[in-house]
Design a protein around this ligand. Structure first.
Ligand code: ADP
Length: 913
């Protein structure tokens, strides 16, 4: 038959039961209209469901009874009360039969009103004759004849228990097979007293219920009622929905009670079991050695979370428990976790993440923590997903330790090897932790299915052993990879006392631990095994619902490797801590994440002040673009050469530092940060300044005697014109050249020293650069006859610059071209104007410069070292000075060269009017 009942979770069951019941059963909806009639009803009236539907059934009610019936039904319906009424209903053969009809309101599982359900009995058959009472229902049923044969069959074989008890003493007159089976007292029950057959019910109030029904005629109904029955000499609890209904004779006098029942033991036990498992799971989560929680429903309400999880969240319990997770932790929104969790909840697919950075608002500040986590669907026994179980390990410390390790790899070459080993080990420990987590969360599923809870955890946690002991210290379970290592040699320990399976000494050494845990103390201890392994032993009391300890859970984990890695990273941290250089790490966004003691000494800020602050705090205003450049180079995986620069300290002092910069990688090789090693070189710089001051002073002192020497040579030259001695003339000419060279060298040193003490002033005028070049060429030609210098340019090229200083740049380039190219070769000078700049180049066909020298050519005192240059004098300051001069004109200077072919030096300065 089609279901016309409003949808509800138990419709199917209801129809099934109703259709196999011998009683006539109907149901109505909240609109009072009838929407269900069972098979017994339709058999009785001989009509179809469609005919009876709605108010159709009223056609079958005797016209004298109808008004009264409707009145009783409507009144009870409006008040949602039970009712019982008697009326005559037309049977399939046209005869009206008296029936009694009892209706009760029914409700949906959410508590909303669903209508009524009623059951009716043909009481006329009971009125009919004495025979019913005296000879028993079976006779009465037999008397129904062949036509009613199937009804008799149904009653006798109905899958639910039916019994009829007669007289106040409750003599069993009829019992179908089903009730006989339930009682479990054998088939020979008819004719005996109810109390004889079921003496165990004396204390269970049931005799009283029967007696009340017999006295008052008011039916009694019980739901999910526990009844302890003695079956095969054992008292066991069963659960029933049962009814006692009064039976009346033709005078309306009560002569007995009919008992119908449905056994619901399985359903109730299943429910209790589910509840028990749920509690066990929650209990397990609360006591787990990793952070765990369960979130229920599609808005992920935190149903349970252990202390480790709460600590990780860093919020008071009340702020997160029993609330949707993203309401309790709003700061976690927008980090991608919503989608991930929703996906696990909808698809049931497990999600796992390693070293996931999560921003948490903990104790009032936003912190980045790194977590390994697993999200797993939390399922009901029928596999429907109820929520999500999250297992989390905070690996922030490990990640930080590894970052430290990686930073140092770049810089502490001598400990490189050790670092690599530590790194690997940390990663291995990490892996293991993840594996452990995974296994732990895997077992939650088992939890719901398997009795062997601890066993399955134990065998799945690598390098562990799990022992469960009862209150007498007997082993309930001993499992895990480390069994043999811990001295358990694979015997069956279940139910045995440690003294039965091991030495008294061994028991003695653990006894006090067992006693402590069984007293309810939860604690962890490090223990060293005979073979030197280090174990972390967690002792966890297992408590039942009323908070009594019923067993002790002992989890031992081999932490030897973890300890070793810890030791290594501790050693490393000590190195970093005590380093003379400031070691600082920061994110790619420039947020400082570590700060050692030397950083504090050099920059004056404490670690607490700087963690979380911006690196820009240390960078002077005019060097901030340095930082942008460094970050973009690191991001592009380019190497950054160490360089010298300036930084500001806490008290605003500018200091000179030498910086080494390297990237920090995560375990996947992605760049997640930058580490900097800064060395304070202020001392060195001051030393250099002192040197340069000294050179300046010396050069200055040398200039005075040299000036008089030049004057003397000039006077001698004048006198010589009269004497005409060719030898002396030649000698004086040479003396003059040497004095000129010497004075140009001394000038060079003087200029360096002036430059460095900031005493070089650039005085700009407008002048014609071609004119200046021509002057410089003829001056060079005065002393040099070995080379041809070409310069063909007739148009003036106006510049706005310092005439003398640009002159010295051109002279320097010319004299270098002469110095570093063979005699007889030619030198070309070119000049042009483009885009507001004047471009000058000096080209020679000399020895050229190797690529690695080219970058450093413009450094102070830098000279190329080779057999060619060994005999060419110079101090490596000409190009340095030229570069400084050009820079101060906002111009550029550079070189193009090929070794053995020749060089071209270029510079540009802004054009004038
Ligand atoms: P100096 O010539 O006094 O050594 P500079 O600063 O003028 O100092 O030049 C630095 C170095 O650059 C020189 O020592 C030389 O090795 C190289 N150099 C300069 N000009 C040339 C050139 N035209 N050809 C080859 N090498 C050159």
């Amino acid at each position: 038959m089609d279901s016309h009942l409003p949808a509800g979770p138990n419709n199917e069951n209801f129809e099934l039961i109703a259709n196999s019941a011998p009683a006539l059963i109907w149901a109505s909806g909240p609109d009072k209209l009838c929407c269900f009639f069972n098979s017994a009803w339709l058999n009785f009236t001989g009509r179809t469901f469609e005919q009876e539907y709605g108010n159709g059934w009223a056609e079958g009610v005797h016209h004298e009874d109808l008004a009264r019936c409707l009145e009783i039904y409507t009144t009870a319906f409006d008040k949602r009360e039970k009712f019982t009424m008697e009326y005559r209903l037309r049977r399939y053969d046209g005869a009206f039969r008296w029936i009694t009809d009892s209706g009760v309101p029914r409700y949906h599982t959410d508590g909303s009103f669903a209508g009524y359900v009623g059951s009716c009995m043909d009481i006329e058959s009971l009125f009919e004759s004495e025979r019913v009472r005296t000879k028993g229902l079976s006779d009465a049923i037999a008397a129904m004849g062949a036509r009613d044969h199937h009804i008799r069959q149904i009653v006798a074989n109905a899958p639910f228990p039916i019994g009829i008890y007669v007289g106040r003493e409750m003599r069993i007159e009829f019992a179908n097979q089903s009730i006989i089976d339930v009682w479990g007292k054998g088939n020979d029950v008819v004719g005996k007293l109810y109390s004889e057959v079921l003496p165990e019910l004396a204390e269970q109030n049931i005799y009283q219920q029967l007696d009340d029904v017999f006295t008052t005629g008011v039916p009694f109904h019980a739901r999910n009622q526990r009844v302890d029955l003695q079956v095969n000499h054992k008292i066991r609890p069963y659960y029933f929905n049962y009814s006692f209904t009064a039976l009346r004779d033709e005078h309306g006098e009560i002569y007995g009670v009919m008992n119908t029942a449905a056994e619901v033991t399985d359903i109730v036990l299943a429910k209790q079991e589910a509840e028990h498992r749920r509690k066990q799971l929650f209990n397990m989560i609360l006591q787990a050695p990793v952070a765990m929680c369960i979130m229920m429903g599609d808005n992920l309400v935190v149903e349970v979370a252990n202390q480790l999880m709460i600590d990780l969240w860093g919020k008071p319990k009340e702020d997160v428990l029993k609330k949707p997770i993203f309401e309790g932790l709003p700061e976690v929104k927008g980090q991608g976790l919503e989608e991930t969790l929703a996906n696990v909840y909808q698809t049931g697919k497990r999600f796992k993440a390693i070293e996931q950075p999560v921003q948490l608002l903990r104790n009032g500040r936003v912190e980045t923590v790194f977590q390994n986590f697993i999200y797993e669907a939390y399922r009901d026994t029928d596999n429907t997903i109820l929520g999500v179980i999250a297992t989390t390990t905070d690996v922030t410390e490990q990640v930080k330790a590894r970052q430290l390790l990686q930073r140092s790899i770049e810089n502490e070459r001598d400990i490189n090897e050790e670092l690599a080993a530590s790194n690997e080990e940390l990663a291995a420990v990490n892996e293991e932790l993840i594996a452990t987590n995974e296994e732990l969360s895997l077992t939650q599923e088992n939890l719901q299915k398997s009795e062997k809870l601890f066993r399955s955890i134990a065998v799945n946690i690598p390098k562990s052993i799990i022992i469960v002991i009862d209150k007498e210290h007997r082993f309930i379970a001993v499992e895990g990879e480390l069994m043999t290592q811990m001295g358990f040699n694979g015997k069956d320990y279940e139910g045995k006392h440690p003294l039965e399976v091991g030495s008294p000494e061994r028991y003695e050494s653990s006894k006090h631990l067992y006693e402590r845990v069984l007293k309810g103390e939860q604690f962890s201890e490090e223990r060293v095994s005979a073979t030197g392994e280090i174990f972390m032993v967690h002792m966890i009391p297992l408590v039942n619902e009323s908070n009594e300890v019923y067993a002790g859970l002992i989890i031992a984990l081999d932490i030897t490797e973890m300890k070793e890695a810890e030791r290594r990273s501790g050693k490393l941290a000590a190195i970093i801590h005590s380093s003379e250089d400031a070691i600082i790490s920061k994110t790619l966004e420039g947020i400082i994440t570590s700060w050692n003691q030397s950083a504090e000494r050099i920059f004056g800020y404490t670690e607490a002040e700087m963690i979380g602050a911006s690196i820009l705090t240390l960078i002077p205003e005019d060097r901030r673009n340095e930082e942008v450049l460094i970050v973009s180079r690191i991001k592009n995986k380019e190497r950054v050469e160490h360089f010298e620069t300036k930084r500001v300290t806490k008290d605003g002092k500018l200091i000179d530092i030498s910086l080494t910069i390297s990237p920090v990688f995560d375990s996947r090789g992605d760049i997640i940060g930058i580490s900097k090693i800064a060395r304070d070189i202020s001392e060195k710089k001051q030393e250099e300044t002192r040197k340069s001051d000294f050179i300046g002073m010396v050069s200055h002192e040398l200039k005075t005697p040299l000036t008089s020497l030049t004057a003397i040579i000039q006077v001698l030259n004048a006198k010589l014109k009269t004497s005409g001695d060719a030898f002396i003339a030649g000698g004086l000419e040479k003396a003059n050249t040497q004095v000129k060279r010497m004075s140009s060298m001394i000038n060079g040193f003087l200029n360096v020293s002036r430059l460095e003490s900031g005493k070089i002033l650039i005085e700009k005028h407008d002048f014609d650069l071609t004119e200046l070049i021509r002057e410089a060429i003829s001056e060079t030609e005065l002393t040099v006859s070995s080379h041809q210098i070409q310069f063909d340019y007739s148009r003036p090229l106006m510049v706005h610059a310092d005439h003398d200083k640009i002159g010295s740049v051109v002279s320097n380039l010319l004299s270098n071209a002469v110095k570093y190219s063979p005699n007889g070769s030619s030198i070309g000078v070119y000049a042009e104007e483009a885009d507001g700049m004047v471009h000058v180049s000096v080209k020679d066909d000399g020895m050229g410069i190797k690529p690695h020298d080219m970058k450093r050519l413009f450094d102070r005192y830098y000279r190329v070292q080779s057999t060619h240059t060994k005999h060419i004098s110079g101090f490596g300051i000409g190009l340095y000075l030229s570069a400084e001069i050009i820079n101060r004109h906002n111009g550029k200077i550079w070189v193009e060269s090929e070794s053995g072919v020749g060089s071209t030096f270029h510079f540009t300065i802004p054009a004038g009017m």
